[in-house]
Design a protein. Sequence first.
Length: 421
Amino acid sequence: MAISFEIPERVVQEQQMAMALAQGVMRPQARRLDEDEHARPVDFIQMIWPVLRDQQKRQLDKLLAPPDPNKPKREGPGITYLRMMVQVEALSWGDAGQYLCMPSALLAGSAIEAVGTPEQKERFLRRFAEGDDPKWGAMAMTEPNAGSDTKAIETTAVLDPETREWVLNGEKIFITGGGLALNESNGLVVVWATVDKSAGRAGMKPFVVEARTPGVIVTKAEIKHGIRASDTVAVSFQNARIPYDHLLGDPEVRAIDEGGTKGFKGAMATFDASRPLVAAGALGVGRAALEFVREKLIEAGIDIPYDRPYHKLSAIQRDVLEMEAQLKAAYLLTLRAISLLDHGQRNSLEASMAKAKAGKAVTWVTQKAVEILGMMGYNREWLAEKWMRDARINDIYEGTGQINLLIVARRILDYSSRELN
Ligand SMILES: Cc1cc2nc3c(=O)[nH]c(=O)nc-3n(C[C@H](O)[C@H](O)[C@H](O)COP(=O)(O)OP(=O)(O)OC[C@H]3O[C@@H](n4cnc5c(N)ncnc54)[C@H](O)[C@@H]3O)c2cc1C
């Protein structure tokens, strides 16, 4: 498969628009929203909603359009994911925390797209494609006793045979966008619960939980180290009753050799799309730090010569070249993972590689930025220390660095998750 390193002109235009928003709306609010953690990035949300709503409408209409045998087949790869990559990178350059408040179906949308019926897609996703008020979606997997080990989830869904409703009980923590989805909009959360604990992964099912469902309580807004403008909450389910047809996919618990984990695997495949986008977000934060360091070095009369041999460079010049190299390596891996998606090909290995590399690279690059900038890197006058804090999450959510490296190892060595864990 050939990867194009050229970004098409119309994607470049969209990138410029996203950068204008990042520069003009997000950056000026970045410090205030970092200090005032639970305030909402109102300006950003208002500006981005109409754009996202129209994008989401086009995507949903395309997704639900009946196949047309007369329509000529598209030549070559698409650019859907490349566009997203470029936008996410630019908005995260503006402020990674605000970007995560983007009104959209986010991971909930990916799960609904992956395993929902056409009717469920229409019913649950149409709201993100219309109206004047922004809406949010979220995905709730993590629990106090289930982080990386997702099969350990304890939230239960029991079918009430009389009302044919699912009754949910349990606790989910660290849900990005959960407060926005449940408290502030006609939003929804895709909640993973087990219908049969003894069946392991085969018993785990995704349920769509609507905002304002009785028994669904946002219990805590997290106080975080970085991405503080983002909304991260804990949610408690106390006999929350969910209509039968809010279960996504097959309600039957089948044995593993009868495709019992198909639904789980299908929804987990959403990570193949989301991990490269997390990598793109990391790249945006890394670029912000790198550009700032270069600017300050130039002001101090230190240039970065590309034509001088390595041994004739100062330590700081070498550091900057290494920062560039780390981010470029992560960029190329991300572009590869994205390009496979746009070619309609499987990319689990490449998605995990990109995510693991970008998470590590941005963590290192932003720490270097603080180091090079000295005292001013550490105080709150500039944004360098914030970027260092914002960077760290990229190596934690959507699979930690270790978990993504495990996935890479399994795929390369052809081991199952049971054989290598
Ligand atoms: C800001 C934020 C937002 C989040 N948003 C969401 C969200 O929207 N929805 C959601 O469901 N979750 C979300 N999470 C949860 C996130 O996905 C988990 O934090 C992550 O999966 C890791 O789980 P854990 O924190 O319990 O760590 P653990 O799983 O307890 O891991 C602790 C450490 O052990 C390592 N480790 C664990 N298992 C292995 C292994 N087999 N081999 C090697 N090392 C291992 C990990 O890499 C990590 O370093 C969010 C978390 C944060 C911090």
